[in-house]
Design a protein around this ligand. Structure first.
Ligand code: UDP
Length: 237
């Protein structure tokens, strides 16, 4: 445990990540790749909480633009995150990890309700906890859920996987001169509207002094390297 910079982490994967090249649905090859990274840090003694998004299944804001009631659409989105967590649980368990899915909305035939003390106990016993259902409330995102849960469970870092290798001073997809930042403050992310996470998520981390490490999901051993203290990606603090 002693050679880990972050002994307890909250790892946030977007739903899109789970879709891999497919763009939607689930790509089990991608899931197996992430599961092996999670297994590697679990083997090093890291305690791991995960929040998985649902954008590969339903995004409430998009569905509501098609005419559906926003609150119901958001509940659909939250249910999507449970589907993803069950899929990832299966893959993690096939890698030999002990896991629990917990839900922010009760559905006890499927998974345990999220109870903070119980979640902490699972972590202490070395189980990977998959915290699904977002915050349980409409109008929030799973980034905010990840910030909230990370603070609640006392994680030392929120690790946010993205498709690029960190935070840039402008959108690297649109601007070839965009410069990657190694570190940045919460306030600068907000002021410069860098959109790495929504404002609610960033300000929750800022108010509670929780560092956010943004990294490339597809980078070689990214998760392992961050947990052992390598400065890859971007650190927001
Ligand atoms: N959602 C919600 N409340 C939450 C978290 C998520 O209503 O606390 C809904 C919302 O509709 C969102 C969807 O679940 O669009 C999927 O989550 P998100 O968009 O954050 O997933 P990601 O972009 O990480 O895949």
């Amino acid at each position: 445990m002693s050679d880990l910079k972050y002994p307890r982490v909250l790892l946030k994967l977007s739903g899109e990540a789970l879709a891999g090249e497919r763009g939607s649905g689930l790509d089990f090859d991608a899931l197996r790749g992430f599961a092996r990274e999670v297994k590697a840090i679990a083997g090093m003694g890291a305690q791991i909480g995960m929040v998985i998004g649902g954008g590969n299944i339903v995004r409430g804001s998009q569905i509501s633009k098609m005419g559906m009631d926003r609150v119901s659409a958001d509940y659909m989105g939250m249910l999507g995150t449970v589907i993803n967590a069950l899929a990832f649980q299966d893959v993690l368990e096939k890698e030999g990890l002990d896991t629990r899915v917990m839900t922010a909305i009760r559905m006890e035939e499927i998974a345990e309700p999220y109870i903070r003390r119980r979640a902490m106990r699972h972590l202490e016993k070395g189980r990977v906890i998959l915290l699904s259902g977002g915050t349980g409330n409409p109008f929030f995102t799973t980034d905010t859920a990840a910030s909230l849960r990370a603070i609640e469970i006392g994680a030392e870092v929120l690790m946010k996987a993205t498709k690029v290798d960190g935070v840039y001073d402008s959108d690297p997809a649109r601007n070839s001169d965009a410069v990657k930042l190694d570190t940045i403050s919460y306030l600068d992310v907000i002021k410069r509207q860098l959109r790495v996470m929504d404002l609610t998520a960033i300000s929750l981390c800022m108010d509670n002094g929780l560092p956010i490490h943004v990294f490339n999901l597809f980078g070689e051993n990214s998760i392992r390297r961050i947990v052992t203290g390598e400065s890859i990606g971007t650190l927001i603090s």
